[in-house]
Ligand binder design. Sequence first.
Ligand SMILES: [Zn+2]
Ligand SMILES: [Zn+2]
Length: 816
Amino acid sequence: MAYDPEAVEQKWQLRWQERRTNSLDLRSVARPFYNLMMFPYPSAEGLHVGNVFAFVGADIRGRFQRLQGQDVFEPIGFDAFGIHSENYALKVNTHPAELIPRNIARFRQQLRRVGLMVNWDHEVSTTDPAYYKWTQWIFVQLFKAGLAYRKAAPVNWCPECKTVLANEQVINGYCERHPETLVTQRVLEQWFFAITRYAPRLLDHLETLDWSDTTRTAQRNWIGRSEGAELAFETTDGGPITVFTTRPDTVFGATWVVLAPEHPLVERLTAPGSRAAVQAYIQQTREMDLVSRRVGSKEKTGVFTGAYARNPATGKPVPIWIADYVLMEYGTGAIMAVPGHDGRDYEFARKFDLPVVRVVEPVGDEDGALPYMSWEGRLVHSGRFDGTPCREAAPAITRWLEGEGRAKTQVQYRLHDWCISRQRYWGPPIPIIHCDACGTVPVPEADLPVALPPLENYRPDESGVSPLARLESWYRVPCPSCGGSARRETDVSDTFLDSAWYFLRYPSTECADVPFDAALTRRWLPVSSYIGGNEHAVLHLLYARFITMVLHDLGHVEFDEPFAQFRAHGTIVKDGAKMSKSRGNVVVPDEYVAQWGADTFRMYLMFLGPYQEGGDFRDEGISGIRRFLDRVWSLTGDAEDANASEAALRKLHQTIRKVGADVDGLRYNTALAAMMEYVNLIRRESTDGEKSGAAGQRGRDEERAIPVVLVEPLVILLAPFAPHFAEECWERLGHAESVFEARWPEHDPELARDQEIELVVQVNGKVRGRVAVPAGLAEAEAVARATAEESVRKFIVDKQIRKAIYVVDRLVNLVV
Ligand SMILES: [Zn+2]
Ligand SMILES: [Zn+2]
């Protein structure tokens, strides 16, 4: 009987459902292992091959842990609110309330088809009122704790999305969803979460987390801690201008200061003769987006205010300019310009013909051309600090100016508060009521959820006001505090709030009265293993950590880091190129699953390259995987009670050792390669064995006796990769239970040891010694061991080895 993937996979998917193979009693299990994967946005017709790659890799980890004896909880859900889903609905011209459940049904079916060990009893959808009730509850907790606030702020505006974007969503001045659309700036009333208050903690914990280095580095850079000083430049007719600098050692070289166009002192300081020019410049700046301003890659622009400030170190007056590359949101909204030692200031000096003073000289013969940015130099033109190395001068100058009341040591972060409001329809309404008498009042917890009302025309428009503001009957409500006439907040919250706590909900999906049950949360969290894409390294993962810390501080959870372990998976390209619709090279997983079966497809995806790096999908590679499965299939048909040779047993134990270590380290590709090598060896063995034994009577290729002790462990090793296939093979081998009730085989270190052989060492053809080495040693290593042998050394000392002849497992002849 040949291997028929479709029949096997249908049979086992049905059986898993009937036998509830993937369900658990979450309250009672002894060895909980919470295996989390990033839930998808159901914002397309179906799963992308990238999703399948990510989920299969995480599923293998979960199944492996289960075979190790852990009680594995592997839930999934749908990040179904938000702009991705809404934009897709707009594109296909179907209301999201109709479209998204349809997409979810389709995703669910695909997830089942690829054979994930998902526990479907605990699915969540962020659009379910039973879920977003608690998303709103979290908002209320932050509001009550003073961590949610509202302010008018310049924000990034995508004219295409017609909504505010977080800085993270602006890529080189363009919208991340609309690579052709330049993001502009608007001033709007927005809700923010005060994540910056948690910046030091979010940063410090990174050291202790078992996370992929790339992810930790991305978060570290995003939080962007810099140490430096705040320096005060006195002015005659305004207050002092405070600047933040990481290079206080260069203050003697500060020859002007720059204010952000929005800086509150601009108005007061600008000299009468400069007013018109300054006004025009401010107007021009308002038309730009925030991110382009920060990047500042374009031609430098700026305008002189006609006023001066005093350099705190030199006491000399320096001109005050305004320029768009200084942002009010960063630091103090003002900078000191040190053109000799800063590239951007240097360009600015060249353009506007401003003075450049060198205050750092290189040491040794380093090229000291200006602008010279190195920390390695020593100070010049810096009064009594002349000759001091920069690293010493920075704290020394800060201390000196601090004594004069003109400086203080300061730490600054690049991280911003999280803009949480969206002027869109498809999200949880922010649970706030505005009352003229009482101000902003949170919706009482007993009144949650604030249900998202049906709205036929949900399309965002240019006004920047949420579509919910079109529904007066919905937003007119009495104030919960004074009973007077009040108005609901019409903005919805950011999708990243939905996903910042979903892992807390999964174990508690059956609890209607709490967001997460205390006992279940204690048993299952923090998450044991989290696998996802690095594109979420600074958004989702940072927000989830922040929300967890807040919930911890407010006494709702006992831990303050949600993910004990995080691993970022790689990405897949097709025939060397990024997959995209316009290139027409998108791999549609369903087509491959239909043609080859889920198990072959899963294995092929994992065979493409190291899981954490990804690989190149090429159609021609997939048939090799199928042939491998066919071979294992026939091995299970031929398995008999028979004795295995020592060589085969050694290979078996070596393979168990290697596959275990590789799967644990997510090196799925090399684990598969080791299994293939093993299968080749035992097939060869069985053919050799036939020549003399009774089995020699049989046809060589059809019915070979394969010792069952060599096959059973292989089926278990394969089970995480090809679960349906392994179940069927396990049954063929006579087992009634699921293969996932079995235990991962243990390797015997003694048996797994490399076979030692004795290598004869000759010098110029004469035997001079013998050396014990592992069988099959590579030439370079064999020669190195031979020349290191004591009895051989005296024949080669002081001589040059002209040539080495190596016969594997036999001899090394050194020609000297
Ligand atoms: Zn956009
Ligand atoms: Zn009121």
